[in-house]
Structure formats: structure tokens, C-alpha cells
Design a protein around this ligand. Sequence first.
Ligand SMILES: *Cc1c(COP(=O)(O)O)cnc(C)c1O
Length: 388
Amino acid sequence: MIPYGKQQLDAEDIAAVTTVLHSTWLTQGPQVPAFEQAISEYCGANHAVAVNSATSALHIACLALGVGPGDRVWTSPISFVASANCALYCGATVDFVDIDPNTANMSIHALEEKLVEANKSNMLPKLVIPVHFAGQSCEMEKIAILASKYGFKVIEDASHAIGAQYQDRPVGSCQYSDICIFSFHPVKIITSGEGGMALTNQSDLARKMQMLRSHGITSESEEFTEESHGPWYYQQLLLGFNYRMTDIQAALGLSQFKKLTQFITARNTLALQYNQLLHAHPSIIPLQVQAACYSSYHLYIVKLSGITPDKHKACVEHLRKKGIVGHVHYIPIYLQPFYKKMGFQRGYCEQAEHYYQQAITLPLFPELTTEQQFYIIQELIYASTQIA
Ligand SMILES: *Cc1c(COP(=O)(O)O)cnc(C)c1O
């Protein structure tokens, strides 16, 4: 089977992990801060806080911004469930902003319309979480303008988008957001096994997230609210968690990071080749990448225009029969049974549902070969034209 994505590890990665296993620290050693520093420098953000997953990063990012019961959080329906669940962990409510069908990113137009309505009824969100879908940044400058007009905070869910650029700056610079989070799950661009990171330019948010990832505890004497009992002393100031990244994970992440540019270049080359192979087939439409964006191409997605849901399903089934893992990213989050129980219904975000019935994710990872691409496109064209 050709998977839709997979990690690429080499001898250097394995050596980096082995070195940690021979060292004094398995967790909270020198590798975690080294990984944090490498990523924050690369992105041009002041601070980076490494944790054990992007899901954890989203959770503590929401908490650091003060999201709690009574607050509203808005995100995109075309994302992984973690983009929405983080708000519920904090006791807030979640709502969804429809997508732009050309990019499958949150639509700025839909966001603005929803804000105008929410403003009338005093139901403005405290936080908006745009998701850089498939590796393409959302229109962050416009989101930032709306954020200051309507007074909400912004967390970028950049789980797909490390190595991507927006307006010639790396995603993760936090120029237009409060916090930006990355995922290092094996299917993402670079991996630490499991892992995530939260970047920010605000030192108070960084410090809060550092404490929240480790039980809400501090050992810094200048932060103590009472006199120290002695050199063993620490204080718990917040209700935190054990969301720490291990040194084993950080060593792998740091080693993988050295290959980030190489991976992104390979992904872009392969995506371009897919685009060229599809040029003569106007009913198979790749997601657009906008001029201000350089995508990390976490996912390569096409839309089969005018296709029925039955035929869409048959196409994916045909690909699987031929040894190709076609996938669909994503089921609109609010159509999950858990979210439907909150009252969300079919038809809530029209563009998202329309997109969901047309989209197919094709395999894309740095080691994919040109021959495999020919084969995949040949089978996709066969499926979309021949299968009724
Ligand atoms: C993968 C992913 C996450 C969660 O990442 P983990 O590191 O697996 O917790 C969150 N949001 C999006 C958009 C993702 O694709």
C-alpha cells in the first residue's frame, strides 16, 4: 500500500536518540531547550514551549489566554477534532466558521459576517483558532485586523504547517497571532514520535505555558508567593498537567528539524508534479495556494468537481483496491456524533460539507517517487471517469 503520508528517518535520527539513551537525562535534560531554541529561532518567535503533543499545546495555549467557562471559541470545521476539543477542555463552548472552498481554510468573509452577527447579540468569541489547512497559512493579516476590531485572541493551529511561509515569513513567527502551535506526530512534516510546540512573542504567555506543562509548578524563587523552605522548595501556583516532552523525543525532533527545508522542498516538487499531471483534467481540481503563501504541503488534496457522494466513495475505494491509500481530510468536526449531541446539524457550514463530499487526499511524502505519482494519477483518473 502507498500510504497518504509517512515519516522519513535516517541513521542520524537514530544516532541522536541513542545518544540520549546513553546520557544522564531521559526527560527534562538539555535536548528539550535545544529543540525549543532551534524552532523559535527558525520561526523568528521569541519563545517556544515543547510539549508531548499538539493537542496538549492547544490545551495549555487556551488556558494561558484565560479561556474558561462562559467563553466562546471559534475554529474551522475542516480540521482534526483536536482544534475544537481544546476549547471544551477549558469549559468554553465551540463554534465553527465556514471555509473558503478554494483553499479549505477558514473563510475571512464568513468570519467577518459571523463576527458582525455575534457583535449584535453580544456573543463575540474570546478566541479564534485558524487552522493552516494542508500546510497553507490562513490569511493571518486579515484575521489580525478583525481580532483587534472585535477584541478576540488568536491561536494558529499550524500542526500541518511547520516550514511554510506567509508573506515571506516562516509560519510560527506569531506576527499576527498570540500563539502558534506545531505537531510532531509521525504523519506531520517532521516528527518527534509524539510531540508539539507552542510559540509566542509574549513572555507572560510563554511562562504560563511552561508552568502548565509541568503541574503548574515553579522552582523560580522570584515567583514564590511565600518564603522558601530551603533548596528543595517549589510551589504549585496553577492547576497544570504532565505534558512534558522527553529528551528522547526532543533529540529526534531536533535531528529531524535539520532536514526540514529538504522535506519541504521535496513536498513542493512532488505537489507541482501532481499539478502538472492533472493539468489536462479540469474536473480534478487541486486546492489552490495563494500568492502570499508557500505551503509546507502536509497534504496534497484534490476536489472532484460535480461528483456525487456515492461516486466519491467509489473513487476512494478504487484507489485502496489498487494499493493507494486515498483519504479524506476531514469529516466536518461538528458532524461527529459527540458534536452533534451539542446540537450541531447537517447543513451548518455549507462550504465545508460540500468540500467534504468532493475532496480526496493523495499520497504525499518526501520519498514518494515519480513512478508512484504517475500510477496514482492514472488510477484516480480511471476512477473519476469510469466508475459510476
Ligand atoms: C495532528 C493535528 C493536531 C493534533 O496533533 P497531535 O500532535 O497528534 O496532538 C491538531 N490539529 C491539527 C490540525 C492536526 O492535524
